[in-house]
Design a protein around this ligand. Structure first.
Ligand SMILES: Nc1ncnc2c1ncn2[C@@H]1O[C@H](COP(=O)(O)OP(=O)(O)OP(=O)(O)O)[C@@H](O)[C@H]1O
Ligand SMILES: [Mg+2]
Length: 988
């Protein structure tokens, strides 16, 4: 295996490939199940990310334009246990089951790679299957012996789940009636194997180990578990078997031969740097076919051709390119990515701003991966392996969020593999100027630039202004063009008049028309901004997005519009809307938000971070399919999303209470008129008289500049960077650090950003601060020239860095853990939960004091002592609940943290996000992200403790807690857990 990573590598999970076979198959059973389960499946193989700082944070703020960014979440202990238990069982006894597992692996694997395909549909019996399986796996096993570092090239467990999804879809497409007799035999064979797999003896490992070879009597519950697993596996097997159609193999083989020949030519072309750029920009002509087939793209836009044939790219220089929204920027990046993967045979990292977009892209490119022979690996949410598996045969495209991209780069630097990263593509490059994510993106790019001279960087955005600074930072050339395939008309509305935004007009806009819709006085009162008039001009025939400043506002707008729509709107795609409501009810365990229940029949919904992830996905899908025609959303839907919108309405020029920035405005209106989806697009910004001047300034102003966030985001920015530079040994002397920092965006903009202090002073201060806080050791003094003296990371520094703890909290965390050593209340997990409650979440929390008191009163006496120990006395809660004034200054961080640990405590007991959100009067989206974030933070704290000997006792406790939290997050994993009987051990 690859060199073990720090901390987390201690857990050994031998031969996971076999133990996970049933899981993979379960995932492959249906696209939906597959979609839901795949994160967890990946997670089982994912090492927790320990390379990035500040990882525990999850943002639920609607003030943040890109609120849905990634959080570090990567715990696999529960799944590891599943793996381990299965493995113990498999190794111990039943070789038939092992054979079945491998057989299944072989089956799926052959679906993955037709070249290794064996037509098992003609197999005669179980032994025959096994023999074929052995043949099929001969090469794999050899390969494992050959190169232990990269088993992932052959075994199923390491094939990215995205490509399973693609294969699964192909399976679905293949004829359902082609079930051969051989396949039925496979069913029978599987039945017998599965009976064994799911037997109680499999579930109860200990029992089995004691030599109990007879299957004991099974309980009803065991039986039903067994059946469900069996059904899943059977249907997966059937699906996979169907895909093994020999009918296409000859043509397929021929096509593959042509493809590999073309790749060979392309590779040679690239190597010889000749001007002949091959059939399709140095790529096999198959790529062109695939673009036509999967995207409906017949020809490239002129600018795309110009850009791809730039001399800069020919010379492999870094490049920034900028075009209006919907200009088709992605395609250029994708062609460059394919060149790197196929012709230069290097890995590629693609960084996208948030989880949903990463998932969309993984889905979109997996088909290309399968057809062209590269791997697509998702690094978002709970997914991602650090360091990634070394691949020998195929190259990997890592598609990552900013945070995961950073962690991935750190892991590649640490394992000295950064050189194999040939290309890094950053979409929405203007994100460099966006708070802590901007800082993380800057660190990532600076580290790549500094450590790997051969890695090319490509950045793109629709909203860049100070390109010069960015070019200097990235040592990049620049390409720009004004092309937008679908015309976007921009309007603003003041009272009942609509003006067209016109750069040439004196005040920036000119009269366009009066609203034609006549309002009654009642309606005027209910809808003074004439939203109904504006939306009914387009819906239900076309789609419409309304950006609203707050979450509450989204819900109000959606409800209000429905109230005044006539009944005919209900008739439009009625059945599909009913299905959507049903689906949402299933997602909510029988509950559905009353607002959605009321609005969906009209084709309308709201969309914001208060929704659970599954709800959000369902709503987006329904909107994309035209079942819903209007979404009232917050700015989270603003950037990079390809949703249909004939008209985009901005309800007000605000995001929360902040006046809209120009690039936020541009991104929002850019959702209208997407190429290939709409043939026209228009935006309408609703403006009140009082804001007229500000809006005039807004439309006339240039885009905002992009400034480094390393300084403003102190602990998540420069401090975290300095710590990781030393931790990763990228730069360990002041001189080296200075040389590194000169090449950051902060280095480029230092005179602008810090007038009083030089960059060297900033660095010295930062390093001193880290030394004072016990995170670094070494000497930096004013007098001596210490630029050569070597800095090292301390144990606390290492713990902070390996645990991805935000530097702002590492000392507090240390103190609280230390205090816990003196008297941890272990009657329940409340005290531990408190320690694992993420600091980042406490700022979005406003305790309801009556609920606080009620929850406190429900605790046992020992549990109540936890409140006292952490510093929230009962008298304080009582006084607050009765509205009395309190003189003593209390630490609100501790108060909120305890409150959130009550939420988590209740969640662990009830495992129902809906009922807990009602109990605590919080949105279900918030409760869900608290839980995810806590699962992640618990694992971060565990890694923190692993580096500090004095906290040895926490290791076992936190491992268990992380498992419980993870279990709660992954409630949909229940069928998976049945496999190893883990369920019985979980809290009820
Ligand atoms: N050559 C082409 N022919 C037809 N459609 C194209 C072409 N290139 C891109 N498109 C389509 O145009 C749409 C918008 O492209 P894309 O998402 O790349 O825009 P973008 O420039 O990244 O916009 P944004 O800045 O808003 O993210 C996509 O649906 C894409 O498939
Ligand atoms: Mg884009």
């Amino acid at each position: 295996m690859a060199e073990p990573g720090p901390a987390v590598r201690r857990r050994s999970r031998p031969a996971r490939k076999r133990s996970r076979a049933p899981v993979q198959l379960r995932a492959a059973a249906s696209p939906l199940a597959c979609k839901r389960l795949s994160p967890s499946v990946e997670e089982a193989s994912a090492e927790p990310p320990v390379w990035a700082a500040g990882g525990e944070c999850t943002n639920d703020s609607e003030e943040d334009m890109f609120g849905d960014y990634d959080s570090f979440y990567g715990n696999d202990s529960l799944l590891a246990q599943v793996d381990d238990m299965e493995q113990v069982y498999l190794q111990d006894k039943d070789m038939d089951i092992k054979a079945a597992g491998e057989f299944m692996l072989g089956n799926l694997q052959s679906g993955t790679d037709q070249r290794k395909q064996s037509d098992f549909s003609t197999s005669e019996n179980a032994a025959g299957h096994k023999a074929e399986r052995d043949d099929g796996f001969q090469m794999n096993e050899n390969d494992l012996i050959d190169n232990k570092e990269e088993p992932g090239d052959f075994i199923l467990e390491d094939l990215p789940s995205s490509q399973f999804l693609y294969l699964e879809e192909m399976d679905e497409l293949s004829s359902a009636s082609r079930k051969s007799a051989g396949m039925e035999r496979i069913d029978n064979y599987m039945n017998s194997c599965l009976d064994k797999i799911s037997s109680p003896s499999f579930c109860h490992v200990a029992e089995h180990r004691e030599g109990n070879t007879e299957f004991p009597m099974v309980s009803k519950c065991d039986l039903s578990k067994r059946e469900s697993l069996k059904d899943h596996l059977k249907s997966a097997m059937t699906g996979n078997a169907k895909a093994q159609t020999p009918l296409v193999s000859k043509t397929k083989q021929l096509k593959e031969a042509i493809l590999s020949e073309e790749i060979c030519v392309a590779r040679k072309t690239i190597e010889s740097s000749s001007d002949d750029i091959g059939p399709f920009y140095g790529l096999p002509s198959k790529v062109k076919d695939l673009l036509r087939q999967f995207r409906g793209i017949e020809t490239l836009y002129e600018w795309q051709h110009d850009c791809l044939t730039l001399e800069s790219l020919h010379q492999r220089k870094n490049l920034i390119y900028s075009l209006p929204t919907s200009g088709g920027k992605t395609l250029v990046a994708e062609i460059l990515i394919l060149q790197e993967l196929l012709c230069r045979q290097k890995d590629v990292l693609m960084i996208l701003p948030y989880v949903a977009i990463v998932q969309e892209k993984v889905w979109g490119l997996s088909s290309f991966g399968v057809e062209l022979g590269f791997l697509v690996e998702e690094y978002a949410g709970s997914k991602g392996r650090f360091p990634p598996i070394k691949r020998r045969i195929k190259n990997s495209l890592y598609i990552a969020t900013i945070e995961k991209g950073h962690a991935l780069v750190n892991s590649l630097i640490e394992t000295e593999r950064i050189d194999h990263l040939g290309l890094v593509v950053v979409d929405e490059l203007h994100m460099l100027g966006e708070g802590s994510r901007g800082a993380v993106l800057e660190m990532t790019l600076a580290k790549i630039l500094y450590t790997s001279k051969n890695t090319q960087i490509i950045g793109m955005s629709a909203t860049l202004n100070n390109v010069g600074d960015l070019q200097k930072f990235l040592q990049a050339d620049y390409y720009t063009n004004n092309f937008r395939p679908v015309e976007l008309k921009e309007y603003i509305k003041i009272r009942d008049t609509i003006y067209e935004v016109d750069g040439k007009a004196e005040n920036g806009f000119t009269f366009s028309r009066l609203l034609s819709f006549k309002y009654s006085s009642n309606l005027e009162k209910a809808d003074p901004d004439h939203i109904i008039a504006l939306v009914t001009e387009v819906i239900p025939k076309y789609s419409c997005l309304i950006f609203c400043p707050t979450k509450k506002n989204c819900e109000n707008v959606a409800s209000m519009v429905c109230k005044y729509l006539n009944k005919e709107f209900r008739a439009h795609r009625e059945k599909e809307k009913k299905d959507l409501i049903k689906n949402l009810k299933t997602i909510g365990n029988g509950s559905i938000c009353p607002v959605l229940k009321h609005t969906i029949p009209f084709g309308i919904a709201y969309h914001h971070s208060g929704l659970t992830n599954d709800e959000r996905k369902s709503i987006e899908e329904a909107y994309s399919a035209g079942v819903l025609c209007l979404l009232a959303c917050t700015a989270t839907l603003a950037a990079g999303v390809n949703l249909p919108a004939r008209r985009v309405i901005l309800r007000a020029p605000y995001v929360a209470r902040e006046f809209l920035k120009k690039n936020q405005y541009k991104q929002m209106i850019g959702r209208a008129g997407r190429a290939g989806i709409d043939s026209a697009g228009e935006s309408i910004l609703i403006v009140q008289e009082k804001d007229k001047q500000l809006v005039q300034d807004l439309v006339n102003s240039p885009l905002e500049n992009c400034y480094s966030n390393l300084l403003p985001e102190f602990t998540k920015g420069i401090q975290s960077l300095l710590l990781s530079l030393v931790g990763l040994k990228i730069a360990v002397t002041l001189e080296e650090i200075y040389s590194f920092m000169c090449h950051t965006l902060l280095g480029v903009q230092q005179q602008l950003l810090s007038k009083e202090k030089s960059l060297l002073d900033i660095i010295k201060e930062g390093v001193e601060n880290l030394i004072e806080n016990g995170l670094l050791k070494g000497k930096i003094s004013e007098k001596d020239d210490n630029s050569q003296s070597i800095l090292a990371i301390t144990q606390l520094g290492k713990a902070t860095y390996k645990g991805s703890i935000d530097l702002a909290y590492c000392n507090a965390l240390y103190r609280e853990l230390k205090k816990g050593l003196e008297g941890l209340v272990l009657e329940s997990n409340l005290h531990l939960l408190y320690l694992a409650t993420p600091y980042d979440m406490i700022y979005n929390c406003n305790p309801d004091w009556m609920i606080y008191l009620r929850q406190f009163n429900q605790l046992s006496a020992a549990e109540q002592r936890v409140a006292d120990i952490v510093g929230v006395p009962e008298s304080f809660i009582t006084k607050k609940a009765s509205g009395q004034a309190i003189r003593k200054n209390m630490d609100s961080a501790i108060i909120n943290r305890l409150y959130l640990s009550f939420v988590l405590y209740t969640l662990l007991k009830e495992t129902n996000v809906w009922s807990v959100s009602e109990k605590f009067n919080m949105s279900r989206g918030y409760v869900q992200s608290l839980l995810t974030s806590a699962a992640s933070f618990a694992s971060c704290v565990l890694h923190f403790c692993e580096e500090l000997e004095e906290f040895w006792v926490y290791k076992a406790l936190l491992t268990e807690l992380t498992k419980q939290l993870t279990y709660c997050v992954k409630a949909e994993l229940i069928p998976l857990m049945e496999v190893a009987g883990v369920l019985e051990d979980q809290p009820k």
